[in-house]
Design a protein around this ligand. Sequence first.
Ligand SMILES: [Ca+2]
Ligand SMILES: [Cu+2]
Length: 331
Amino acid sequence: MTQEDNCSCCTPERPKDESTEVSASANGISQIASVSDAAAIKAELRKNVIGLDGGPFAMGTNDRRFPGDGEGPVREVTVDPFSIARHSVTNRQFASFAADTGYATEAEKFGWSFVFHHFVSEEVKKSVRSAVQGAQWWWQVHGADWAHPHGPDSDWSETPDNPAVHISWNDAVAFADWAEMRLPTEAEWEFAARGGLDGATFAWGEELTPGGKHMCNIWQGDFPSENSLEDGFHGTAPVGSFPENGYGLFDVAGNIWEWCSDWFSATFHSNERRVTRVNPAGPRRGQSKVTKGGSYLCHDSYCNRYRVGARTSSTPDSSTGNMGFRLAMSQ
Ligand SMILES: [Ca+2]
Ligand SMILES: [Cu+2]
């Protein structure tokens, strides 16, 4: 498996020639007994949002470390009022959707997803045949999907309040449709994540660990071999484990990458005359979708994309153990 994308450290993509296997699915469905009923979860999702007034803000950064990401230039962008979830969709919430609809995610249809090597059990290791070139810590694990986040011998119900992962962009949209909500645009996501701080590096200010306090779930130690766990978490943390930002949003930095609705381009937004700065929604078409926030695998030594203006992307059918989503609504 090859991986030419320059941010494969963050989120590898599904190969283009991949064909779907017979669904190994139905695994999520077996959990019906312990799953809350759909109407209650939908009500919970719509209730657990923050209404924001929108307005102008400075979007992006002029950081030059990842030129292929197109973080810059910093530009004034205006968004209309909208509402956004305080935290990403959890395993418990996704289980309710899967049980209610019988929806099979793309990881289930393809029969595999990317799992970080530390989380694969000795037993499952024996069946792993492939890792991502240039990002050997990402293993192709058969039977890994949202319901089996570390592979077939793991189960979502062990971590019900952790963010649902191995969710492709297409899966996230299907969930949003079910909830009668939507994905945020990148501009909305970043407006909300900034929490009212103007042009700050992080969602809480300029210092990564103010007063020595960990503000998000990222990697400490030597990536990708040794995680010293100073923030308390190796993989995903339950949503809301770290302080909320100025608008009351949790985990906008680290934990998991979150999908936005926009197609990704590194340059589209830089042409002031040709693109709108009011409610921008990205290019009309593209190859990959924007993701924001960074994940539990980000470490300053190779990837500090937990900065609030950072971004990367992945193809809409890709899934990994560090990608999920949060929902938004128009007002
Ligand atoms: Ca961590
Ligand atoms: Cu990263």
